[in-house]
Ligand binder design. Structure first.
Ligand code: GLA
Length: 379
C-alpha cells in the first residue's frame, strides 16, 4: 500500500513539474483590446505582444502602427520608447507617420511621377512638389486584416492588406503581408511580403520614432548613432536625391564610428540645411549579403541600445526635424523639435526615376520579400 502511495505521489509531482514547464514556455502573450473607431466608423483593435522578459509591443490594425514599445533600461525598468498618441483620431488627423507601416512607396518620388514600360503614372503630390510615403491614404492610414500567432518561442501578428489596382495611382493589385514577430531576444522582426498582378513599384518600411531615454519630449541629440555606410545620398532642397553617392568621410554624415546626433548637426553644411538636420538616405555597406547589422542607437543615460538589422540597401535616418512642439505626447508633454528619430530601412528615395539606383520594380510572378529586425539590449 505504502509503495502505491509513494508511486502516486511521484507521478503527481512529475505532472506538476511538467505543467510548470509548459507555463514557463508559453509566456508569450497577445492581448487584444478595442482601440477606437475611425472617422468612418471602422473598428480598430490594439494587440499587445509580450515576451517572457517583459518587453511589450502594442500594434493597432489601423496603419499597422506601433503605438507603444516597452524596453528595459540598464536597471531592468521597462518604459515606452516610441512616440505616438493615446487615441485613434490623433493618428487619423495629425500623425507625422508615427510608428506606421509605409507603402506602397516609402519616401519621396519626384513630382509624384514615374513611368513603367512607357506608361506614365501620376501620384498624389503631398509633400511640397513631391509624393511622400504612398500618398494621401497610404498603408499608414488603411485598416489591415490581423491574425495572431503565439507559441513557446514567439508572438506574431500577421497583417494583410490588398491594395487595389491604381489605388493612390499605383498600378497592379498588390497583396501585402507584414509580419511583426516578438522574440525572447528582445527583438521585433518585421517581415514584408508582397506580390502583384501588374508591373509596379514597391518600397515598404516602418516609421517608428524612437526616444530611448523614454522621456518622449526630450531631444534625441545625445543619442549615439552608428550607420554602416561609406556614402549617403545628397538631396536637392525638396529632399530628392541628386543621384550622386557621396563619401561620408570628413562630413557630418559619417556615422561609421558611434557619434552623438548633436555633434555635427549644427555644422554649416548645405545638406544639413536642406534637411533641417538629418533627413537623408545612407547607402548601406555589404549590399546583397542578406540581413546584416546596418545601424544602432544608444542612449548613454538609460543604457538602452537599439540595433537595426536589415537586408535593404538603404536607411533613412531622420532626426525628427519636423516635430515642433505642437503635438501632444503620450506622457503629457509635447513632441518637441527633434524629440524622436527614425531609422527607416528601405530602397533609395525616388528610385523609380533614377536608373542608377537599385530597382524597386515588382513584376507579376515575383515576390517582394524583405526583413528588418529591431533588437534591444542594454549596456
Ligand atoms: C520621413 C521623411 C521626412 C518626414 C518624415 C515624416 O522620414 O524623410 O522628411 O517627412 O518622414 O514627417
Amino acid at each position: 500500500m505504502k509503495k502505491i502511495y509513494f508511486l502516486l505521489l511521484l507521478l503527481s509531482l512529475i505532472s506538476c513539474e511538467n505543467t510548470k514547464k509548459k507555463e514557463n514556455m508559453s509566456l508569450f502573450k497577445i492581448n487584444k483590446e478595442f482601440f477606437g473607431k475611425t472617422n468612418d466608423g471602422a473598428i480598430v483593435d490594439q494587440y499587445t505582444l509580450k515576451n517572457s522578459n517583459g518587453m511589450e509591443v502594442s500594434i493597432i490594425s489601423y496603419g499597422g502602427i506601433i503605438t507603444s514599445w516597452k524596453a528595459k533600461d540598464r536597471n531592468g525598468d521597462y518604459k515606452d520608447i516610441v512616440l505616438g498618441f493615446t487615441n485613434l483620431s490623433d493618428y487619423e488627423t495629425s500623425s507625422p507617420y508615427f510608428g506606421a507601416i509605409i507603402g506602397r512607396y516609402g519616401n519621396r518620388i519626384r513630382e509624384g511621377k514615374f513611368s513603367l514600360d512607357g506608361v506614365e503614372y501620376n501620384l498624389a503630390v503631398n509633400n511640397g512638389e513631391n509624393h511622400l510615403h504612398g500618398g494621401l491614404k497610404g498603408f499608414d492610414k488603411v485598416i489591415w486584416d490581423v491574425k495572431e500567432e503565439v507559441n513557446d518561442k514567439l508572438a506574431s501578428l500577421i497583417l494583410r492588406y490588398n491594395s487595389m489596382d491604381m489605388e493612390e495611382g499605383y498600378p497592379g493589385n498588390l497583396d501585402v503581408k507584414v509580419t511583426y514577430t516578438l522574440t525572447n531576444d528582445d527583438e521585433l522582426r518585421v517581415r514584408y511580403e508582397a506580390d502583384t498582378d501588374k508591373k509596379t513599384v514597391v518600397n515598404l518600411t516602418q516609421h517608428s520614432y524612437f526616444n530611448l531615454s523614454a522621456g518622449l519630449s526630450r531631444d534625441i541629440l545625445s543619442h549615439q548613432i552608428t550607420i554602416d555606410a561609406d556614402s549617403y545620398l545628397p538631396v536637392d532642397k525638396t529632399l530628392i536625391p541628386t543621384g550622386e553617392l557621396r563619401d561620408v568621410e570628413g562630413t557630418p554624415f559619417d556615422f561609421r564610428e558611434s557619434k552623438r546626433v548633436g555633434d555635427d548637426i549644427y555644422d554649416k553644411d548645405t545638406q544639413l540645411t536642406f534637411g533641417n538636420g538629418y533627413d537623408h538616405c545612407w547607402v548601406l555597406n555589404k549590399q546583397g549579403e542578406g540581413i546584416r547589422i546596418v545601424a544602432s542607437a544608444y542612449d548613454p543615460v538609460s543604457g538602452r541600445l537599439l540595433e537595426v538589422y536589415s537586408d535593404q540597401p538603404g536607411i533613412q535616418f531622420y532626426s525628427g526635424n519636423f516635430l515642433d512642439g505642437t503635438l501632444e505626447s503620450k506622457d503629457g508633454g509635447k513632441y518637441e523639435f527633434r524629440s524622436g528619430f527614425c531609422l527607416e530601412t528601405q530602397h533609395y528615395p525616388n528610385s523609380p526615376n533614377q536608373e542608377s539606383f537599385p530597382s524597386v520594380t515588382l513584376n507579376p510572378g515575383e515576390k517582394y520579400e524583405t526583413e528588418t529586425i529591431f533588437r534591444f539590449t542594454t549596456r
